[in-house]
Design a binder for this molecule. Structure first.
Ligand SMILES: [Zn+2]
Length: 56
């Protein structure tokens, strides 16, 4: 999963009960629903570990 702005790698970033994908290069954060339709399999697997978290 790569950043739309700079194509950097996105990593799952957890803060309290919220979860975001954050770019490792430009540090732009994406909400899950913003990119839900574009999630790749690798990222989906990581997110499966956070099922208790509310996707706000
Ligand atoms: Zn970026």
């Amino acid at each position: 999963m790569n950043c739309k702005k700079c194509s950097g790698k996105l990593e799952v970033h957890r803060a309290c009960r919220r979860i975001r994908l954050r770019c490792t290069l430009c540090h732009k954060e994406y909400q899950i629903h913003e990119i839900a339709s574009e999630l790749d399999r690798e990222t989906e697997k990581v997110l499966e570990n956070y099922t208790a978290i509310i996707y706000d």
